[in-house]
Design a binder for this molecule. Structure first.
Ligand SMILES: [Fe+2]
Ligand SMILES: [Fe+2]
Length: 337
């Protein structure tokens, strides 16, 4: 049961960083049959149910309530940044060199807010995908029950990111209208590997940056705490989605493969390109269109995008889902060299 005391204790654990590497949740499928597993699939406990059972147990043992675990009343610390400077989209450009230290910190704050705003948008799409899965499945299965548990966590994450944006005092950045419309279509057009691939791209890119920031003491403690909570709970989501992707990819016919590769490539491009809204540059008096062009041509920014995608690109490549006709979008996104 979630209690104020238990949650506060978990919060302390998160602040100590003890739960940062739940490696057991990264490689699902190795769990043993334990008491409490349900028999399905003509009497056998399926792998799918075993994984969901383990993730449900982990969710019950380790989850957070950002309303209680984060001290939202603490003001930003004046000597801490909101984003490590080397992850700023203009880092290393002459435009960046001309900014004062205060302007660089301000730009980093707006870029962090933009990533969080896009994160909320991605979580809203994910909620619809998971709700579809629950709608079509058996509510008595651990698989659907875990989808429901993940929905509950994503609801708390979106509130947490929204409160973080509010705490930073920046606008709520979000992708342009056309991209929002495409996002709305995703639950209708994506199924199987394309659906799980899209979910993983959204989750793993941000996870990579959050893991880097969480140990960086120059970053605002509140942001590090937000990241800590997100990393730990996302480890379960990523484990679940990777297992589902592997299962659905194994059933894919040759004829279906190009569709999934194209959709995943297009999604990767949309996610990578919409993490930083061009509007953020207004915060330091730069022309959004011009600064956006400079950022896209900036090798350091391209490297940051590649860094974000390194693990998920390797995983999707291994699953045979990176390739023609999606390669064009992977390259255009800078996720592939
Ligand atoms: Fe999340
Ligand atoms: Fe997630």
């Amino acid at each position: 049961m979630r209690t104020r005391e238990a949650t506060a204790e978990r919060g302390k654990n998160a602040q100590r960083g003890t739960d940062l590497e739940p490696a057991d949740e990264r490689e699902p499928g190795t769990g043993q049959d334990r008491d409490g597993n349900r028999a399905t699939d003509q009497g056998r406990v399926t792998d799918q149910e075993r994984i969901a059972e383990r993730l449900l147990r982990s969710t019950a043992a380790r989850s957070y309530d950002p309303e209680l675990d984060i001290n939202w009343a603490a003001p930003p610390e004046p000597d801490k940044v909101f984003l490590p400077p080397h992850r700023s989209s203009l880092y290393g450009t002459s435009l960046y060199e001309r900014l004062s230290p205060q302007q660089r910190r301000e730009l980093g704050k707006h870029e962090a807010a933009s990533v969080a705003g896009t994160g909320i948008w991605l979580e809203f799409i994910l909620l619809r995908l998971l709700a579809n899965l629950a709608y079509q499945g058996d509510p008595a299965s651990r698989h659907v029950q875990y989808a429901l548990a993940e929905i509950a966590e994503e609801c708390r994450h979106s509130t947490m990111f929204a409160r973080m944006i509010e705490w930073m005092g920046t606008p709520r950045y979000r992708p342009p209208r056309l991209v929002q419309r495409l996002g709305k279509m995703l639950p209708t057009v994506a199924y199987g590997p394309a659906m799980w691939g899209a979910i993983l791209i959204g989750e793993e890119l941000t996870d990579r940056y959050q893991r880097e920031m969480v140990t960086d003491e120059s970053v605002q403690p509140l942001i590090r705490m937000v990241n800590r909570i997100h990393i730990m709970e996302e480890a379960r989501h990523i484990g679940f989605a990777r297992a589902e992707l592997a299962r659905s990819a194994a059933k894919l016919s040759r004829a279906e493969l190009p569709y999934h590769r194209a959709l995943i490539g297009r999604t990767a491009y949309i996610v990578a390109r919409n993490l930083i809204s061009p509007e953020v540059y207004r915060s330091v008096g730069l022309d959004p269109e011009y600064a956006h062009r400079v950022a896209l041509a900036n090798p350091a920014h391209q490297e940051t995008i590649r860094f974000g995608g390194e693990k998920i690109v390797a995983f999707l490549t291994g699953a045979g889902l990176v390739g023609a006709p999606g390669t064009y979008w992977w390259r255009k996104s800078y996720l592939l060299p």
